[in-house]
Design a protein around this ligand. Structure first.
Ligand SMILES: Nc1ncnc2c1ncn2[C@@H]1O[C@H](COP(=O)(O)OP(=O)(O)O)[C@@H](O)[C@H]1O
Ligand SMILES: [Mg+2]
Length: 579
């Protein structure tokens, strides 16, 4: 883990390495102060010599200023290094995530990726900053202070050494108990993020179903869990402070008692006792700092593991060596395809069919029967479990991913517009699309009319998630965007569900007339949407129940007949959800 993270220090090694040096210099200065302080008291204060007080005092002042200057510099340097480090980590993660396939994303969950890129990285940044400064300071301070106090007196510092085993044992215990808890706390953060994300994204649904109470309860449950876990972890960490206090007071008492005896015995001066006392306090403070560092590193380790998991994740869909760089045509062949989502059971079984280039294929089936899963295999958003998918005669695994995906335009069921102008959204499909090209794509998608009526036309700004256009308008914009890629295969996954039947018919007519060579796969709920397709595939529970024209299926396929009947008899059941 550490090795991978250290790679992210690149560009900031200078600051990272100089910071501890500056800290060392600062510590050295502050350790020298109590040493000279002994002289100040013994030779100046006790002897009543004002000149000595002045000269030593001014030297001490200079020490203090130098120490401060080093301190400030180390603060600046460590800030530069740690911010740079965090930026690098985020940058690397973001790049990695762009290479992820859908199943990689499924593995971490979107919320999980967000937490890892935000709070986990912040925690790492904090730990990195602290290790640079404190990790150099605490041990150095401790060692210097020990040496100096032994130089003043051989016996007195032994008091401290007696307390050390107790302290070590207590700190070890705390760490061992707290470490696993912090791991759980982070996982619990994922849950909180997931609930917040779902709620905020679906706030319209929540409101329209009046589910606010339920959502609040759901949130209460996950934050309650987070609270319980955090409290448990913090309770253990809190033992740290009383342990440190007891050690500190025991040491002080011991030093005073032994020191008094030594002074009475004439082995030591009052100034020296004060210096040793000061050093012992410094040592204990350093120990306290060390224990804090350890605790923070414990947390940082949990965060680091989670970050490195993302950085080390292998995208499971990659180009093969020497891929095919061209789609020969828009034909599709499924050869005994089985498919399952990671860890699940097969949700597609033995799909075996062929689609000719330029055909229009309707796909119909109940929700959850595997329609989306099936078409996602064509642009290789997921890989098959067994069997093979061929596009243009080549196995999709042998085709260059970029070539394949730009040749297969897919309007996803959960389609998404980005915040920005309509023009910018359309240019997602084709970077250098001219206004003329955009308008003709909009025309084909039957979107030109309402876009023209919008203030600004193509310059109309779509808000995040496309919330300021209607569902049907959004769907048509997404279709237009897909058309702009001039695909060989066009897949519409329930993409006209919110468009009225008449408009939908015009869209289909346009497709037939203006893009006859493009293979069109149209997933729909309504029979009317697929009735005039060349062939229709009926999917039931992950298997193909029938393939044929409307007439053939009406004659032979029971499921198709049932769907047809429910939609015609049901009266307004298949009427458009008006847009
Ligand atoms: N990302 C996913 N991870 C795990 N299971 C999934 C995922 N997406 C869909 N499924 C499951 O796969 C099955 C088929 O889903 P899907 O292809 O979306 O059906 P349809 O599009 O026909 O409604 C369902 O049981 C669904 O719960
Ligand atoms: Mg679906």
């Amino acid at each position: 883990m550490l090795k991978r993270l250290l790679k992210c220090v690149k560009g900031y090694w200078f600051y990272t390495l100089v910071t501890p040096l500056l800290v060392l210099a600062e510590v050295l200065m502050s350790v020298l102060i109590p040493y000279r302080m002994a002289d100040l008291i013994d030779k100046g204060v006790d002897a009543g010599n004002m000149d000595v007080i002045k000269s030593i005092g001014s030297v001490l002042l200079v020490y203090a200023f130098i120490s401060m200057a080093f301190g400030i510099l180390s603060g600046i340097f460590s800030a530069i290094a740690s911010c740079g480090f965090a930026t690098n980590v985020r940058h690397d993660m973001y790049y990695k995530i762009q290479t992820f396939s859908f199943s990689n994303v499924d593995k971490f969950s979107t919320a999980g990726l967000v937490t890892r890129m935000t709070s986990d990285v912040t925690r790492l940044q904090f730990a990195f900053n602290m290790s640079m400064r404190m990790a150099a300071r605490a041990p150095a301070n401790m060692v210097f202070a020990l040496i100096m106090s032994f130089r003043i007196n051989k016996k007195l510092p032994l008091v401290f050494l007696a307390v050390l085993p107790f302290l070590g044992f207590a700190l070890g215990f705390i760490m061992k108990k707290a470490m696993p808890l912090f791991k759980k706390v982070f996982e619990s953060y994922d849950d909180v993020n997931r609930v917040v994300q779902e709620n905020v994204r679906g706030i319209r649904v929540v409101k329209s179903f009046v589910r606010e109470e339920h959502e609040i309860e759901k949130f209460g449950a996950v934050t309650g869990m987070l609270k319980a876990l955090s409290m448990k972890a913090e309770r253990i960490v809190a033992i740290n402070f009383p342990v440190m206090n007891i050690s500190m007071y025991t040491c002080s008492l011991g030093v005073c008692w032994l020191g008094a005896k030594l002074i009475v015995g004439g082995e030591m001066t009052t100034g020296q006792l004060m210096s040793v006392m000061n050093y012992i306090l410094q040592i204990l403070m350093s120990l306290m700092m060390l224990s804090m560092i350890f605790l923070n590193l414990t947390q940082a380790k949990a965060a680091g593991d989670r970050v490195v998991e993302v950085l080390n994740e292998e995208p499971d869909i990659k180009n093969c060596d020497d891929p095919v760089m061209e789609l020969k045509d828009g034909s599709i062949r499924f050869e005994h395809v089985d498919f399952a989502y990671a860890g699940g059971k097969n949700c597609l079984r033995d799909l075996d069919f062929e689609i000719k280039s330029g055909e229009t294929i309707g796909i119909i089936g109940g929700t959850g029967t595997g329609k989306t899963s099936m078409v996602q295999l064509i642009p290789r958003l997921y890989d098959v479990r067994s069997g093979a998918v061929y596009v243009g005669g080549d196995n999709v695994k042998d085709i260059d991913l970029k070539t394949l995906r730009s040749g297969v335009a897919m309007v996803l069921q959960k389609n998404l517009l980005f915040s920005g102008t309509i023009r910018a959204n359309m240019q997602w499909g084709k970077e250098d699309a001219t206004d003329g090209e955009i308008w003709s794509a909009l025309r084909l998608a039957q979107a030109d009319g309402f876009v023209r009526a919008l203030p600004g036309g193509l310059d109309y700004v779509i808000e995040q998630g496309g919330s300021n256009v209607s569902g049907g308008q959004k769907q048509r914009l997404c279709i237009a965007r897909a058309l702009l890629t001039s695909p060989k295969i066009l897949i519409l996954d329930d993409s006209t569900s919110a468009v009225d039947t008449a408009t939908e018919a015009s869209i289909r007519k346009g497709f037939r007339e203006f893009m006859p060579s493009v293979t069109k796969l149209i997933i729909a709920q309504r029979i009317s949407s697929v009735k005039d397709a060349d062939r229709i595939i009926v999917i039931d529970d992950g298997e193909i129940s029938g393939i044929g024209t409307h007439e053939e299926l009406m004659a032979s396929n029971r499921i198709y007949q049932e769907v047809y009947e429910s939609q015609t008899k049901g009266g307004d059941f298949d009427e458009p959800q008006a847009d």
